[in-house]
Design a protein around this ligand. Sequence first.
Ligand code: MIC
Ligand code: SF4
Length: 641
Amino acid sequence: MGKNIVEKILSAHLVEGTMNPGEEIAIRIDQTLTQDATGTMAYLQFEAMGVDQVKTDLSVSYVDHNTLQSGFENADDHLYLQTVANKHGVYFSRPGNGICHQVHLERFGVPGKTMLGSDSHTPTGGGLGMIAIGAGGLDVAVAMAGGPFYLSMPKVVQVNLTGSLSRYVSAKDIILKVLEIISVKGGVGKIVEYTGPGVKTLSVPERATITNMGAELGATTSVFPSDETTKAFLAAQNRESDFQEMVPDADATYDETIEINLDTLEPLTAAPHSPDAIKTVVSLSDMKVNQVAIGSCTNSSYMDLMRVASILKGKMVHPDVSLVISPGSRQVYKMLADNGALGVLIEAGARILESACGPCIGMGQAPCSKGVSVRTFNRNFKGRSGTADADIYLTSPETAAATALKGTMADPRDLEDFDDIPMPTSFIIDDRMIIAPSATPEEVEVRRGPNIKPLPIKVPVEERIEKEVLLKVEDNITTDHIMPAGAKVLPLRSNIPEISKHVFCQNDEEFCNRAQEKNGGFIVGGHNYGQGSSREHAALAPMYLGVQAVITKSFARIHKANLVNFGILPLTFKNEVDYDSIELGDVLVFDKIRETLPESNELTIRNETKDLDYVVTHDLSERFVQIVLAGGLLNFTKQNA
Ligand code: MIC
Ligand code: SF4
């Protein structure tokens, strides 16, 4: 029987298991990527493993998130990351070189390879035909040390594209359409593979916009074929030798199929506060807008910003709108500067930022109170922009640019035609902002400023836990709720005791104090708990506060793996109605844990306060059970060393 692309790449990298959906498999990882906000922990963990040099084909450490440097903390982190990379065989992309996913696509991604990245948008690499998966920093550290990556074999969903996009309809509108169809939890346990005649109408950066935001489906990753378009893109990046064709066999089969006719798409937007709250742009055309932000790893490629420049050319941003633009990489920035497009943007009144994540992660440019901000980003969770009561709408660059001119949400199809922008046949190649690892690693001294605090380690799970419910939350809780980011909190990513003070602070300011007073306890959640970012701090900081188990209706993939990696039990209600009877402060008793967890997927928890018994389940493999019982992956690895 023929194979699809996912099966081809996974089978070529399989080291354990059988590729039946739901069964645990382990795959060899060719490349890793880290960014600064998750990277410091990943390298502290890598150092704790005592491996001298990374064992991957390629590992790259990027600095793109914490670039504000309002105190010494971020700069300390950058110095640590640069020196630790230099010592252990990792390439270092300096601050200013661009957003990890954009730079990786341009300079390093290779069709047919596997990549693990400590950032949930690592699937951007799928635009080049690689299996690129987001994970917690500890899993990436293990991959750098040469260990395989364990996951349950996902189902493969085919998204078959026919037709071609109409004028001013964009790749972003395709992924917004997919989000409308399958929702933010529709991709859990699945990989999305794009097929069909529509594929060849999309450039590599457009494909990457789609695979990037596939993270918002909850999918393990997304992948496009690698074809003539891929070859041309790699050639333009002076990397044609990295090309490998990667297409599904003619008789390949899929677990599910979604059909999208590109001819029928129109400009769309994700309305507050979820990437799957899809509306047409036309339906919001009277809405006043205060801010437009263009950039992020979803939409900051050369072609994206050239289209924006072409729309803004000779015009002025509406007086009530603040327009900010962050080019995705130094390559993009330099090309815009050289061809005059940067001048066009400046002339139109755009506020040009450095090439980094910036406003996407709340690093400055928070909108005004109750502000409406239209962004080309991938997430619009409440509060993520830095303004708790702001409304964020996610759109294509074309819609964003049209909106910036009009002052209200604007359908770009009403604009006059923009210049035809050809895909460059050669990009400016200058890798001097990427530092190769040292040839004499023994001479490199790793610099650790006062912001780099040692990693807290948990004790093994006890046989009996009798503790209170510390918090009860609803469906679709994101890791931005659990462990907020933004300019104030992000600098504490290397300091767990300090960052822990901010856990769940947007949901309940008292959470941290309560957790400490009660000496830890349980969290109860709804569906899709932990969606969004891969930040392991959303497990590590609750672990530091004594959280023993999280009981939900369902989990998002990366967060569940992070909970296990830090020794917190991820459990689900067998009967969802049980969720309703639990209240804050209820005392739950969970007995004979060490005895029953390895033997059964069903366990009983007693609610002493309500005099009720709940059946909870887990779907952890034998290996994950041992990891969680050991108090996390580091303990488990030491035990088995
Ligand atoms: C995000 O977009 O939420 C981030 C910031 O890039 C995160 C990583 C992090 O929290 O450091 C992600 O997507 O994984
Ligand atoms: Fe950076 Fe935003 Fe992309 Fe996350 S989603 S990597 S914060 S640009």
